[in-house]
Design a protein around this ligand. Structure first.
Ligand SMILES: Cc1ncc(COP(=O)(O)O)c(C=O)c1O
Length: 445
């Protein structure tokens, strides 16, 4: 399609309206059309769009000092936000944990990979460098983050550029990779880490990274009780670090500050992004547990890593203003009741012959579409079901987050719903009415 845009787009075959304003759960384009943001723009916009006080806090910081390089200075907003994030983290981060701020999720993943490697160097374990992860996962688009990601489509073009450090089975009960059922499965997918280490040079493994709730790739797949605990136990027993990628699932999205709080595990590194500044500034972070910090302090004293814009004063001021907003309105506490209302509305879709499963935790929800409900067989990839559902929902002015490949990396259709925490009952009903009509349009039922 010919275009006079100077922007390199995500997709040259698509037209992009120009967003000019945001109001709560709504985005308004140049032509005045209003869109209900049912996915929080990829699970980013936790507090809602267009909140002027966040911009004011950023302007205020910018007018005092916008930038000071972290090789020479620390800044007040970064220091303050680091303390607040550690206070939200599990107990093991509380005394002596530190926060490494980045400009987004992928940079946080890169930081964690290098932290894990250098931690083992500091500890005299020179052979450890591989970060093992899971198939059907996503940790970011830079090459290190893509190396540990298991998202088939996103990796495919770059395969020759990626190291192969090893991926274990996903934890995905609806399409169990072991064809088993919980609890009789005895969490075979967690034990897959142990088995993998037995036969894959465990002495070279530095860390294991996982999304506690798998967001985009599997459409909000939640592990059964015991999975996260067993993974944490294996990591501890094997002397490898545990990295929880909470870039999508963290900052209250599942109803607790971090999703790992649902299972009471204590990882060594927690990655944060997206909701940390709710889209008001590019911001991410790696929360680092004291035992890692101590190793760096005791031995080399310096992390061989860095970004010009890390711990940016204006971005961290946005993070503080977002947390102020969340705390003053108890927005983390709103997630569970809002999720119950949305789930109740969605339950009317469950009986549809092509709705396989509605799953998720808090306001991180996924709907998977299947060809055959009893066998859970997906539609062939070429049918483009996800894209057709997205388009049909968009026709009703509802924005969703579509992805294909949840079954085997290629086939499997789902959409993600991750609205702002302030979503109202009427807005939830509006989303579900649009989905009903989208299903009717796409499946003629
Ligand atoms: C779980 C997870 N990790 C990492 C990333 C990468 O974050 P970013 O796009 O901010 O680089 C994402 C983005 O979708 C994500 O969902």
């Amino acid at each position: 399609m010919p275009s006079n845009s100077a922007l390199f787009p995500r997709n040259f075959r698509k037209d992009y309206p120009v967003a000019v304003r945001g109001e709560g759960c709504w985005i308004v384009d140049q032509a005045g059309r209003r869109y209900l943001d049912a996915s929080g723009q990829a699970a980013v916009v936790n507090i809602g769009h267009g909140i002027a006080e966040i911009g004011h806090a950023m302007a205020e910081q910018s007018s005092r000092i916008a930038f000071a390089h972290t090789t020479q200075f620390h800044s007040e907003p970064a220091e303050k936000l680091a303390r607040r994030l550690l206070a939200l983290a599990p107990q093991n981060f509380r005394s002596g944990g530190r926060v490494y701020f980045t400009s987004g999720g992928s940079e946080a993943t890169e930081t964690a990979i290098k932290l894990a490697r250098q931690f083992h160097l500091e500890s005299g374990q020179l052979s450890r460098y591989r970060v093992v992860s899971r198939h059907q996962s996503y940790h970011g688009s830079t090459l290190g983050a893509m190396t540990v990601s298991g998202n088939v489509a996103r990796r495919a073009p770059y395969q020759p550029l990626l190291a192969e450090w090893g991926h274990i089975a996903p934890c995905f009960c609806y399409h169990c990779p072991f064809d088993k059922k919980f609890p009789a499965c005895a969490i075979a997918c967690a034990n897959d880490l142990d088995n993998f280490l037995d036969s894959n040079d465990a002495a070279s493994v530095a860390a294991f990274i996982f999304e506690p709730v798998v967001g985009a790739t599997l459409g909000a797949a939640v592990p059964p009780d015991g999975y996260a605990q067993r993974i944490a136990e294996i990591c501890r027993d094997r002397g490898i670090l545990l990295i929880a990628d909470e870039i999508m699932s963290g900052m209250g999205r599942t109803g607790k500050p971090f999703a790992i709080h649902h299972w009471n595990i204590e990882p060594d590194i927690i990655l944060v992004g997206k909701g940390i500044a709710s889209g008001y500034a590019p911001l991410g972070a790696a929360l680092v547990a004291p035992r890692i910090v101590e190793a760096f302090e005791r031995v080399s004293g310096a992390f061989q890593h860095g970004f010009t814009y890390q711990a940016h004063p204006v971005a961290t001021a946005a993070g503080n203003a977002v947390l102020d907003y969340i705390e003053s309105r108890s927005l983390f506490e709103r997630v569970q009741p809002a999720a119950e209302i949305l789930r109740a509305e969605l339950s009317g879709l469950a009986s549809h012959p092509n709705v396989g499963e509605i799953r998720g935790l808090g306001l991180l929800l996924g709907i998977e579409f299947v060809k055959n409900k009893s066998t859970r067989e997906p539609f062939p990839n070429e049918d483009n079901i996800t894209e057709r559902i997205r388009q049909a929902a968009l026709d009703e002015s509802i924005l969703t987050y579509p992805t294909q490949g949840c079954v085997d990396g290629i086939n499997g259709d789902h959409i993600l719903l991750a609205p702002p925490f302030i979503i109202s009952r009427e807005e939830s009903a509006q989303i579900v009415r649009a989905l009903h009509s989208a299903l009717q349009k796409v499946f003629h039922t």
